[in-house]
Design a protein around this ligand. Structure first.
Ligand code: BGC
Length: 391
């Protein structure tokens, strides 16, 4: 997270820069003819509904190379990402549902969701800020997970599709929403670029000191959603250290080296190679569900967090972020019927959630997640897709 000190007026000015930047990008190219290429098989009308008195919808971004990204303003969920393999065959590489009703009533998997106000866990749902104690709803093993029982993933965001490449989502989270202090105004700009990248930019301001940790919870399977397990994907994580947890998945506060552990992904390694290792952290999580401390030259630098290669299709995903950490999760409990009737099971997807470390408000040695009035929260993550030839 980068914090920029500004007045509210300057924030509005900043927002208008974001919008004009998006508009300029539009004039840089024209959307490809959607009829000439295969496309995501999603019915927009299945996402149109009134929820909490607001209209939900599905928005499609497309670039000149046929890459498509589908996003709903219900929870900002990325519903589909359509990318080619090394032979030019397209597939949808994220898990999700065919209709809004899956997101409303399906098992709570956070498929592609915008997660907030605080992504990941806060121990026992409690933290103290400026001497005041706050209590949040408990929704996961005695702790608060992903912002509480009604986090940003289940709110209807205001949407503005600026052009074929950009979608701007905004949300006003009220003072004491899920127990968090401060009226928080959040903007998320999704941009699809010509180098097959999905850029996610987060900005936020508050009128009282609060804590904030925003991420996207896309579940990837580079073979295609519903197409088996991800254990043969090859993963590199640019992290020499990670934050071990206790049996309730709360960081102990220690920042430990990955060397000589199943968490060493500094060299490309099969996800499944050590996923059943005799290791207490693996046992607590039933696989990987860990925060990695990203190697960075400078705090807030946009740098490579992880690279994933799927050998049979040649698809490669690179994740870049300004965030200090990434939560690597191997869908350890997944059991849901998703798009095209596919049964998603454990290990059928991985998530790389770029974020601050779990439970940071309760660990003074972790980078701070506090946001004060007059500051702008700013964070960027880029998911870049490409392909690689067979070795
Ligand atoms: C968490 C997991 C949790 C999952 C739910 C992940 O971000 O780290 O512990 O079960 O989200 O989808």
């Amino acid at each position: 997270m980068r914090l920029i000190m500004v007045s509210f007026k300057r924030f509005l000015f900043f927002s208008s820069i974001v919008l004009s930047f998006a508009a300029c990008q539009k004039s840089g190219g024209h959307a490809g003819d959607p009829t000439s290429r295969p496309a995501l098989n999603l019915d927009r009308s299945a996402f149109r509904q009134t929820v909490d008195g607001k209209q939900t919808d599905l928005y499609i971004l497309q670039n000149d190379h046929g890459m498509q990204v589908a996003i709903t303003n219900y929870g900002g969920h990325i519903v589909g990402i359509w990318v080619p393999d090394r032979n030019g065959h397209f597939a949808d590489v994220v898990l999700g549902y065919d209709s809004l009703s899956g997101y409303l009533h399906g098992p709570d998997n956070y498929f592609g969701a915008l997660v907030g106000r605080y992504a990941n866990r806060i121990a026992k749902g409690k933290f103290t800020l400026d001497g005041k104690s706050y209590s949040l709803p408990i929704n996961s093993g005695g702790n608060t997970l992903h912002g509480g029982t009604k986090g940003f993933d289940s709110m209807v965001w205001d949407a503005r599709q600026l052009n074929g490449r950009n979608l701007l989502l905004t949300l006003d989270s009220k003072d004491m929403d899920q127990g968090f202090p401060g009226n928080l105004h959040v903007q998320v700009l999704y941009t699809l670029t010509e180098n097959n990248s999905l850029r996610i930019e987060y900005t936020a301001i508050t009128d009282k000191p609060t804590v904030i940790n925003l991420t996207n919870h896309a579940y990837f399977n580079l073979k295609g959603a519903g197409n088996g397990k991800i254990t043969d994907h090859i993963l590199m994580i640019n992290a020499d250290r990670f934050t071990p947890v206790d049996s309730t998945m709360i960081p102990t506060g220690q920042i430990a080296p990955v060397k000589d552990t199943p968490f060493d992904f500094t060299r490309p390694t099969r996800i499944g190679a050590r996923i059943n290792a005799d290791n207490i952290q693996i046992k607590y999580a039933h696989g990987y569900d860990d925060n990695f401390v990203l190697n960075k030259k400078m705090r807030g630098q946009l740098s490579l967090a992880a690279r994933v290669y799927e050998p049979t299709t040649g698809r490669v995903l690179e994740v870049y972020t300004t965030e200090p950490g990434v939560q690597f999760y191997t869908s350890n409990y997944l059991n849901a019927i998703g798009k095209d009737g596919n049964h998603y099971q454990i290990r059928s997807a991985f998530a790389l959630e770029t974020e601050h470390y779990p439970d940071s408000p309760n660990h003074a040695n972790f980078p701070s997640t506090e946001l004060k009035p007059g500051q702008i929260f700013y964070s960027v993550t880029i998911d870049r897709f490409s392909t690689r030839e067979k070795n």
